[in-house]
Design a protein around this ligand. Structure first.
Ligand SMILES: [Fe+2]
Length: 312
């Protein structure tokens, strides 16, 4: 559609004026599924527009963290665990894997765990989503996470993902912030993207949105291209696509981090794999604290439960 941009802008302006979905369709002389498709495309392209309860709405963009969260570190060796897309409160979440990983982190002296979003499954406007959830309410999902997320002696640093946003769109609430406020061992860094430093190690966490690319490494490499040279991190960790890969581009070690959730009926219907895995990363610093080496190791998980699940 040649004039798609112009049509999208007209829809956006009407949504801003709170024109009803049926009136937008009528005024644009478009079918409801055509308007719905355009709204979906705009959402994927970064517009703060979406469907909520059958209406096109403009939602408030979640706040972006602009400060660099800094953790002092002066030892010569650092161990990290990179995880993502835990989709907690989904009937398909894998708390057993999370508990196994946090126990292993504790045993191996890992004190910093990085989580690149979709901490919760949220609650989308897909009507059938409710059948995939253990908890339907914002309060229920917060309580579930605060109670069940594994505790450990270190710190988990987390950003929000597109599933977490659902609560921002529909209730104006930042669910990951609410959870982190009740847990001393979880630090919320912001929504979708955040920078942090551990010693001299520069880390960018990014969740992302939109459809999967043909090649698993495509999105993370394209995203890295958007970061100015002086700001390029040593570690770029990305979530969202529920697949894993590692690629080193220039001086940046790029980790596409998969999920810790079984394949949902929605993912199955879309042909989306839910590969379950995490990255263990060893970093060596020289005497001056500069990075000497970064060594990744992937750990995969299958369908088999690792421990007896509680609460089911
Ligand atoms: Fe996800």
């Amino acid at each position: 559609m040649d004039n798609r941009k112009e049509i999208c802008e007209r829809i956006y302006k009407m949504a801003k004026r709170k024109v009803s979905f049926s009136d937008i369709c009528r005024k644009m002389e478009l079918k409801d599924y055509e308007v719905a498709g355009l709204v979906s495309i705009m959402n994927q392209e970064g517009y703060n527009i979406d469907f909520v309860d059958g209406e096109v709405v403009i939602f408030k963009m979640p706040p972006k963290a602009e400060e660099i969260y800094t953790v002092p570190y002066d030892l010569e060796h650092l161990k990290l665990l990179l995880i993502s897309d835990t989709h907690l409160a989904s009937k398909y979440d894998r708390l057993d894997i999370l508990r196994y990983l946090y126990d292993k982190a504790e045993q191996n002296g890992v004190k910093h765990i990085l989580h690149s979003g979709d901490f919760t499954d949220g609650r989308s406007n897909r009507p059938e989503h409710i059948y995939e959830l253990k908890e339907l309410s914002l309060e229920g999902q917060v309580d579930y996470c605060v109670k069940n997320y594994p505790h450990f002696s270190g710190q988990t640093y987390v950003i929000g993902g597109n599933h977490d946003y659902w609560w921002s769109k529909s209730a104006g609430s930042d669910i990951v912030k609410m959870i982190a406020n009740q847990r001393d061992d979880i630090t919320y860094l912001g929504s979708d993207v955040a920078d942090m430093r551990i010693g001299k190690l520069k880390i960018r966490l990014f969740h992302g949105s939109g459809a999967n690319a043909y090649a698993v490494s495509h999105k993370i490499q394209k995203y890295l291209d958007t970061i100015p040279p002086k700001e390029k991190p040593d570690i770029l960790q990305m979530g969202h696509i529920h697949q894993s890969c590692y690629v080193k581009v220039g001086d940046t070690h790029c980790f596409q981090t998969s999920c810790l959730e079984d394949q949902t009926p929605y993912c199955r219907s879309k042909g989306l794999p839910n590969d379950k895995s995490c990255w263990w990363v060893d970093i060596d610093f020289d005497k001056r604290g500069n990075i000497h080496s970064i060594t990744p190791k992937l750990e995969n998980f299958g369908e088999k439960r690792l421990v007896k699940k509680r609460g089911r």
